[in-house]
Design a protein around this ligand. Sequence first.
Ligand SMILES: O=C(O)c1ccccc1N[C@@H]1O[C@H](COP(=O)(O)O)[C@@H](O)[C@H]1O
Length: 211
Amino acid sequence: MASLIIKVCGMTEAENIRNVEQLDVDMIGFIFYPKSPRCLCEMPAYLPVHAKRVGVFVNENKDDILMYTDRFALDYIQLHGNESPEYCRSLCNNGLHLIKAFSIAHPKDLAAVSAYKGLCDYYLFDTKTPQYGGSGNQFDWNLLLRYTGMTPFLLSGGINPYSVKAIREFHHPKLAGIDINSRFETAPGKKDVERIGKFLQEIRGGEPAGK
Ligand SMILES: O=C(O)c1ccccc1N[C@@H]1O[C@H](COP(=O)(O)O)[C@@H](O)[C@H]1O
């Protein structure tokens, strides 16, 4: 399987961030959404050096996004709410690199995507939930087979330690990576490093995936 971008999202604690980064992940996400149980309230004593820093926002205003981008030296901005293409364009004009999340439950949910063409480095396809993200639930990945755009995407939503076989069996020319979050936690915002390590070994090494 071609190597996938690995994004670990919703991290809050310095040592935990350092340990997850040592697993050679590509992106580490910080959630700046006050209603999330993984919201980053204060600057951790350690921030990733090798992994790209992703800030996750839900319908946040531009000034605050720019402030967090500057303060945390964010490499990517993940927009996980109802942000319009015009709003994305305005952030692009400030030099930000965007990952736009789309909630997927029905084939028609992919219709919105085309309006964001050329504005995002990546799309992220997640499960539809009233909380915007972090549901821990998976959607029907087969719905993505109808996605014919050019923008690469990250697969997200409820990916868990038993998802290895399904990921290996899911093929799409624009699949760039996967995003893991709530199903790899010991508590909200704290990741289970051992469990992630084992999962990555299976994904990368092609060892037998139990289920
Ligand atoms: O994790 C959250 O609490 C969250 C809240 C609001 C917006 C996004 C959030 N997280 C993102 O949700 C997806 C899926 O997470 P999960 O695997 O289903 O727990 C992931 O991309 C996170 O970046």
